[in-house]
Design a protein around this ligand. Structure first.
Ligand code: Q46
Ligand code: ZN
Ligand code: ZN
Length: 317
């Protein structure tokens, strides 16, 4: 197996590129793919201050590493979800990564700062864990980006994630979700700019990137993911990709080129109906945003009101 670029011994084959790469040229490929995604979708400008949402997994740590290499000013944000040993181990990976490189890591702990964690909060609110978790993450990431004065929030969604989410949304023709399934969402309506610079890399590639760069990441999957529909969509797409390499890339990028625009009106409609949460000042689909409603049900009280504060919440929670 020889590297496509230098003909030296290759360490990885990438079937959708029909090519093999040595360590040096694979790492370069990862950087180039991120640079290309950032440029193609106008995600970031030189000098932008970026907050990267880090979970301790391969994608978010690879993203933090690559954005730093590309010269951006990047801090990390870790959210303690209170999912037992999984959360403890994830936090250790993130802290170790930040400490070793002298990086600025912000932390938000759901239990101590908001009075609930994902297992007990989702039970009390009668919501599936991943639904309670997703809306909490969106709300708290947006809030930290706004409060910290960052230009953008970056998340480690990779090509496999985006293709699987797209697959699920297409199966149900979820127009509002399809309207928002873009690699960049501009700032507006109280939300920060959100970017996904890893959309041109697969999860196998982000894992290989971490191994080659010596990044020690959380390998365990979240125990609450079991039965999650998203995993089923990933498995189905993996089966198709094995038969026909490149299908995920084509599915996702052709959606962006040919179909995403058809749903744009749905985003405008959803945003037109937004109000301001009377508790925390976030954009909300009613009087109280979905995070404050969740916190209220999960704790039997609700988070303290912060007069004059304006944070943000996921519209589609
Ligand atoms: S952390 Fe949260 Fe995931 Fe765990 S509870 Fe579900 S959404 S599976 S990325
Ligand atoms: Zn090479
Ligand atoms: Zn609120």
């Amino acid at each position: 197996m020889k590297c496509r670029v230098c003909r030296g011994p290759a360490v990885i084959d990438i079937r959708r590129h029909n090519a093999n790469f040595c360590e040096e040229h694979f790492l370069k490929l990862c950087h180039d793919q991120v640079t290309r995604a950032i440029a193609a979708f106008d995600m970031l400008s030189p000098g932008d201050r970026v907050l990267v949402a880090v979970s301790g997994g391969k994608d978010s740590l690879a993203l933090w590493d690559i954005l730093l290499d590309l010269g951006y000013e990047v801090d990390g944000l870790y959210l303690g979800l209170g999912i037992g040993e999984y959360t403890e181990a994830s936090g250790c990976h993130v802290r170790r990564f930040a400490r070793a490189r002298g990086l600025n890591l912000r932390e938000v702990d759901l239990r101590s700062e908001h009075g609930f964690d994902i297992p007990n909060g989702s039970r009390a609110a009668k919501r599936p864990p991943c639904s309670a978790c997703g809306l909490s993450k969106r709300h708290l990431f947006d809030r930290a980006t706004r409060d910290g004065g960052y230009d953008a929030l970056a998340t480690g969604h990779n090509l496999d994630d985006e293709a699987a989410v797209l697959f699920g949304n297409v199966l149900r023709w979820e127009g509002e979700y399809l309207a928002r399934q873009l690699p960049v969402l501009p700032a507006g309506n109280g939300f920060p700019r959100k970017v996904k610079p890893l959309v041109r890399l697969s999860e196998r590639e982000t894992a290989a990137y971490c191994v080659l760069r010596g990044i020690d990441y959380q390998v365990e999957e979240c125990p609450m993911a079991e039965g999650n529909r998203h995993l089923g969509y990933k498995a189905a797409l993996n089966a198709v990709e094995a038969q026909s390499p490149g299908t995920k890339h084509t599915f996702y990028f052709n959606f962006l080129d040919r179909a995403a625009g058809l749903f744009r009106d749905r985003m405008t409609e959803a945003e037109a109906g937004l109000d301001t949460c009377t508790r925390c000042g976030s954009p909300a689909a009613g009087e109280i945003c979905s995070f404050c409603r969740l916190a209220e049900r999960a704790t039997g009280a609700g988070p303290p009101v912060r007069p004059g504060s304006r944070s943000q919440d996921g519209v589609l929670a």
